[in-house]
Design a binder for this molecule. Structure first.
Ligand code: ADP
Ligand code: MG
Length: 246
């Protein structure tokens, strides 16, 4: 991965779904540059194209038009194989429904991306314990997802997203299934990651999560209707300023 100061870039990004009458422009001409280290939130009504945008930025879907770039590399024209490899190494996804492997322990879930990227068992295990410790779950490493609360499962999913030290973490309504306490846990972890220089793009309906970011984009009908830099220069972000912490 080269050292471009832009983590994520989109130019004239378009994605249509369906045919004929039922054709929808889910993403309709988006230009975006996310500098390295930025925590960006995206808000907007259901169906406005937020998930599709994340999928395009992370190489899970290909655009119908325009360009998607990751760390100075154009990704929309890559072969399936090259794209899968890039996704595995450079993108950490977090989903609303966690998407953990139910048969695997917390530690094994976190080890998986590193193993798939070619890490040794020993190295993958070492990273997984560090990451579980970072999300406050060192004592739950051997638990199955079914033995964890929703908030704990999502923290495992965040640890898994970090397993390959990704260029960007893409989170799609990560607190959509969580109560307030668990939401604030996830927000605190995101703010710690941002403080450590991690780039994050977070789709959210939660004002508290949105306000914790450096920048907030509002979407409507596949387009950006607002793009505002928040008090991101504050070391703890706006979340700290409005008293969500401590
Ligand atoms: P959001 O995440 O903001 O709720 P989505 O990106 O999921 O929005 O969807 C944007 C639009 O694209 C919606 O109209 C949705 O119905 C449509 N859409 C999304 N995925 C598909 C798909 N696989 N096939 C057909 N239409 C889709
Ligand atoms: Mg969605």
């Amino acid at each position: 991965m080269n050292m471009s100061s832009t983590a994520v870039r989109a130019c004239g990004l378009v994605r249509t779904h369906g045919q004929g009458q039922s054709r929808v422009r889910a993403v309709d001409g988006v230009d975006l540059e996310v500098p390295r280290g930025q925590m960006l939130s995206v808000m907007g009504p259901s169906g406005c194209g937020k998930s599709t945008l994340l999928h395009l930025l992370g190489g899970l879907e290909r655009p119908s038009g325009g360009e998607a770039w990751l760390g100075g590399r154009r990704i929309d024209a890559l072969s399936e194989r090259a794209l899968a490899r890039l996704r595995r190494r450079s993108v950490g996804f977090v989903f609303q429904a966690f998407h953990l492997v139910e048969e695997l322990s917390a530690a094994e879930n976190v080890e998986l991306p590193a193993l798939l990227a070619g890490c040794s068992r020993r190295e993958a295990g070492r990273r997984a314990s560090l990451l579980l410790e970072r999300v406050g779950l060192a004592g739950r490493a051997r638990h199955l997802p079914s033995q964890l609360s929703g908030g704990q499962r999502q923290r495992v999913a965040v640890a898994r997203a970090l397993a390959n030290d990704p260029l960007v973490v893409l989170a799609d309504e990560p607190t959509g299934n969580l109560d307030t306490a668990a939401t604030l846990d996830i927000l605190r972890i995101f703010e710690e990651l941002r403080a450590g220089g991690q780039t994050l793009v977070i789709v959210t309906h939660d004002e508290r999560v949105a306000a914790g970011a450096d920048r907030l984009i509002s979407m409507r009908d596949g387009m950006f209707i607002d793009d505002t830099w928040l008090a991101g220069s504050h070391p703890r972000g706006l979340g700290g300023l409005i008293g969500l912490e401590g």
